[in-house]
Design a protein around this ligand. Structure first.
Ligand code: HEC
Length: 131
């Protein structure tokens, strides 16, 4: 009886370890499935309706945007909302921004959304290269 309970506990423990390994493998797979900057470059054409890498347009220039504080290009006229958002652009904030700018920053004047998760990851990978 005692022995059976011990074995049962061992099995549960082994299962838990197995699940951790599986979760780790999944996380690693997600990492390797991250953005494709080449695809991102062509998707970026949609952003170019309002943005460019080097120059302010309808939207602010994107050179160096990853790692930059939101609303911090000095010679671009941001909405009050974005300027006071206290965000820094990284993979996570950019992903939320491109999913729905107004949900992340109510009152922003960017209304463009990129609905596909892979599309967002690809565009972000491209932006990461524009240091
Ligand atoms: C229809 C025009 C339009 C399109 C298309 C558009 N944006 Fe914007 N974007 C804006 C405007 C306007 C702002 C400034 C928002 C504000 O001040 O509230 C902005 C701001 C941003 C910012 C914040 C930059 C900063 O300096 O804080 C990022 C990042 C951004 N856009 C990324 C993108 C990406 C990536 C795409 C394409 C997937 C895109 N935008 C498409 C108009 C657009």
């Amino acid at each position: 009886m005692e022995r059976a309970r011990y074995l049962g506990g061992f099995a549960v423990g082994a299962l838990a370890v197995g699940m951790c390994i599986a979760a780790g493998a999944l996380a690693a797979m997600e990492n390797s499935a991250k953005g494709d900057a080449v695809r991102g470059k062509s998707l970026y054409q949609a952003c170019e309706a309002c943005h460019s890498i080097e120059d302010n347009d309808l939207g602010p220039r994107h050179r160096g945007v990853v790692g930059r504080r939101a609303g911090s290009v000095a010679d671009y006229s941001y909405s009050k909302a974005l300027k006071s958002s206290d965000l820094t652009w990284d993979e996570a904030t950019l992903d939320r921004w491109l999913t729905n700018p107004s949900a992340l920053v109510p009152g922003t004047k960017m209304f463009f959304q990129l609905s596909g998760a892979q599309d967002r990851a690809d565009v972000i990978a491209y932006l990461q290269l524009q240091k």
